[in-house]
Design a binder for this molecule. Structure first.
Ligand SMILES: Cc1ncc(COP(=O)(O)O)c(C=O)c1O
Length: 471
């Protein structure tokens, strides 16, 4: 255990035992460093860690304070022993479409939605970039910016990787119609129908649908609410089954919210390298971190070109523009050819608009505000859960993104809850849409991407009442 982790555990213990109470100031960095004989940077690292765990929070120019919610007893989802690995045919699309189809009504309170509130995005500023780049676009660019994509945009993306500690040749980057296309192409590039793919349990439902469409079999690997994919369980699966690819989210996993610690990401890459199994890394929430530093992707530890890293602007900047990308490592050429065969290229004006915005629009300023808003909204939703939901409810504590994963008491059927809630004008995402094997029946994913205004709070209260009625 590193020094800062030890110190963080010491402070966490003080919070757990109530020595440091709700909203109380934690020792200043200088004081802690002097009294505990550790360097200020160790204290900082420890406080960042505690912040990521949701135990403390920084207040501008005032220092760190105990997060009031941290002292409540909302437990995190339980860690269960990994079952014997096995492969499953995926047949979840009907359920997913019926659920998604029924929550389209714009009058519902969209707690089941996959998107944050569109009001959180700088759409007018983006429109200015779209207008000005379209006006000044040379006719030649409508042809030269076909796949792999607009060079300015790819340069900007490569720069953002560099700042995050990942050195990436621009040639590796391909612009796609959102990350979902990138993920589809990657999986297609590294598998044949009938192959086995290791995925998380629970997994993003579109991942299950891609497997279903490509006639692949799922090997579900348990995923913990805090630390993500169980790498040991994956190792067991790799030793016993002919797995051809692994698809996972290493940060702010949808739906469970987990982020793998750096050491675990490194371990994952190393394990897959030993087995020469490509990793398709879905990192669409990468920019939505709440702490001081962006988590590194598994791609940062890839020395063999075996990690295909997929990103998107849909969650952090421009929903609806449908611009995503992939850095596909040694599979870059294959993926680019599949892209050309599938849809030729991503929208040229949309690429140019985003490239212009990244250069001149103040992306980092926008992200700063967005992260702050989402973190605040998480706190508000946690508070509402604490107030209205049964006390046995377990909730994940993501350090980024905008989803909470709830384990409700076992007897609550989330599909029944979904129907009851929808009748009241509230959507939720029930657990079984995130499972290849129909699991997570008593779980739900809630979206806190919209501010906790009166209607949202009313929806949380109603949801709490409905859950109580099912006990
Ligand atoms: C985990 C995850 N991956 C990928 C996507 C798709 O991203 P995009 O909208 O860029 O296609 C989503 C969208 O909901 C998502 O939640």
């Amino acid at each position: 255990m590193k020094r800062y982790e030890k110190f963080a555990d010491h402070i966490a213990e003080l919070i757990r035992t109530g020595v440091l109470g709700p909203d109380e100031r934690v020792p200043s960095v200088r004081f802690a460093s002097q009294t505990h004989g550790v360097s200020p940077s160790t204290v900082f690292q420890a406080y960042y860690l505690l912040e990521r765990r949701g135990l403390i929070r920084a207040r501008p120019r005032s220092g760190y304070f105990v997060n009031a919610l941290a002292t409540r007893t909302i437990e995190e989802p339980a860690v269960k022993p990994a079952p014997q690995p096995q492969s499953t045919d995926v047949d979840v699309s009907e359920l997913v479409f019926s659920i998604l189809g029924s929550i389209k009504d714009p009058n519902t309170i969209a707690l089941g939605s996959a998107f944050p509130s569109p009001n959180l995005f700088p759409l007018p500023r983006l429109a200015r970039s779209l207008a000005s780049t379209s006006r000044s676009m040379h006719p030649r660019e409508t042809v030269t910016d076909l796949s792999p994509g607009n060079p300015q945009l790819r340069r900007q993306i490569a720069l953002r990787y560099t700042v995050g500690g990942v050195m990436l040749p621009m040639e590796e980057l391909l612009i796609t119609n959102g990350a979902l296309e990138a993920l589809n192409l990657c999986l297609q590039a590294v598998t044949e129908p009938g192959d086995l793919v290791a995925i998380e349990a629970p997994a993003f439902y579109a991942c299950l649908q891609v497997l279903e469409r490509l006639k692949l079999k799922a090997v579900e690997i348990p995923t913990h609410a805090r630390d993500g994919l169980d790498v040991e369980a994956l190792a067991t699966a790799l030793n016993s089954l002919p797995i051809k690819a692994c698809w996972c989210m290493t940060s702010f996993q949808n739906p469970i919210g987990a982020s793998m610690p750096e050491a675990r990401k490194r371990q994952l890459v190393e394990l897959l390298r030993e087995h020469q199994v490509p990793l398709i890394e879905d990192d669409v929430y990468a920019e939505l971190y709440y702490g001081q530093h962006a988590p590194k992707p598994a791609k940062a530890y890839d020395t063999d070109g075996l990690v295909l890293h997929c990103g998107s602007f849909a969650k952090s900047l421009a929903p609806g523009y449908r611009i995503g990308w992939v850095a596909a490592g040694r599979f870059a050429q294959q993926v680019e050819r599949l892209k050309i065969m599938t849809s030729i290229c991503a929208s040229v004006p949309a690429q140019a608009a985003i490239a212009d915005y990244l250069q001149h629009g103040g992306y980092d300023r926008h992200l700063h505000k967005l992260r702050y808003a989402l973190e605040e909204q998480q706190r508000a939703m946690m508070a509402a859960i604490g107030k209205y939901f049964p006390k046995e409810t377990r909730v994940s504590r993501p350090s980024g993104g905008y989803f909470l994963w709830l384990e409700l008491p076992e007897q609550v059927d989330s599909l029944q809850l979904f129907r009851l809630a929808l009748a009241q004008g509230i959507s939720i995402a029930p657990g079984p849409i995130f499972s290849a094997s129909g699991g997570f029946r008593h779980c739900v994913r809630l979206n806190y991407g919209a501010p906790m205004d009166k209607p949202q709070l009313g929806a949380m209260q109603t949801l709490g009442r409905l859950i109580h009625s099912l006990l």
